[in-house]
Design a protein around this ligand. Structure first.
Ligand code: DHB
Ligand code: FE
Length: 285
């Protein structure tokens, strides 16, 4: 059977993608950001999974106000980097895993989560920047990726509780797939940031670090945090953090005292563009 081996959490700031693509990672502004991912790139090489299930949000690139799926699973053979206004990022096309994606869609919908099935989709910085941070600049990404897009852009957006429970359903789906695949689940976006209005530029280090602490030790409690707390404390775009609860919910059940997660890496840095950068790697024990 397939199993979830680890989860990765990271911010997805578009300027990070531009810094990589334009060869600026060693500039004084960017060097401390990328240093936080040196361990992660080596860890990825040492722990390359068979598939990455990548939870992210689309930023009005593949979807728009014309169509807003709450949860969309990418079932295509491949996903091209999107043109976000400056041409597509010069990164590899993302190869999907249609067989596992279709199985997860079947299983999760049977568990009463109504996913939107997407058979054609371009992927924006929400997905490509985490891949670049974790994998560097390879000719091809190291394994297939199943994109899982969550609406955190246009209200109503899903609650943290819904996301956490969905993660548990995804775990059950993966564990019922009849091939011995090692699957990582990534939760991306965040941390605190607000891109518009009078509070543009808001960053809240205390909130972010408490979020990381609780995501590790008490995800069940964190899942009850209401939207208004994210928006007030972490800014309007801080709501992207609910996606981290999907990945955390897919890890071994915290109610089972024998199953603790191992914190392999933790990193926090301010600022990168308008955003606080947070990053965690958790392994199932
Ligand atoms: C920035 C951050 C984001 O999450 C995003 O989607 C766009 C811009 C920023 O920090 O500039
Ligand atoms: Fe974003």
């Amino acid at each position: 059977m397939a199993k979830i081996t680890a989860s990765v959490y990271t911010s997805h700031v578009p300027a990070i993608g531009a810094a990589i693509d334009l060869g600026k990672t060693q500039e004084p502004y960017w060097q401390p950001v990328f240093k936080g991912y040196d361990y992660s790139k080596q860890w990825m090489k040492d722990n390359t999974p068979d598939v990455i299930f990548l939870v992210y949000n689309d930023h009005a690139t593949a979807f728009s106000l014309e169509m807003i799926p709450t949860f969309a699973i990418g079932c295509a053979e491949s996903f091209a980097p999107a043109d976000e206004g400056w041409g597509p990022r010069p990164v590899p096309v993302v190869q999907g895993h249609p067989e596992l994606a279709a199985h997860i869609a079947q299983s999760v919908i049977q568990q009463d989560f109504d996913l939107t099935i997407v058979n054609k989709m371009d992927v924006d910085h929400g997905l490509t920047v985490p891949l670049s941070l974790m994998c560097g600049q390879p000719q091809a990404w190291p394994c297939p990726v199943i994109p899982f897009a969550v609406n955190v852009v246009q209200y109503p957006v899903p609650s943290g509780r819904r996301c956490f429970e969905l993660g548990k359903a995804i775990r059950r789906a993966v564990e019922s797939f009849d091939q011995p695949l090692k699957v990582q689940i990534w939760g991306t976006g965040g941390m605190s940031h607000q891109l518009q209005g009078p509070r543009a530029g808001l960053i809240n280090k205390e909130f972010d670090n408490a979020f990381l602490d609780q995501l590790i030790a008490d995800p069940e409690g964190l899942a009850s945090k209401p939207h208004i707390d994210y928006v007030r404390e972490a800014g309007s775009e801080g709501i992207e953090l609910v996606m981290w609860l999907i990945a955390r919910g897919a890890m071994k059940d915290i109610a089972d005292p024998a199953s603790h997660v191992r914190v392999k890496h933790r990193f926090y840095h301010v600022p990168a563009s308008n955003t606080a950068v947070g990053h965690l790697i958790l392994e199932n024990t």
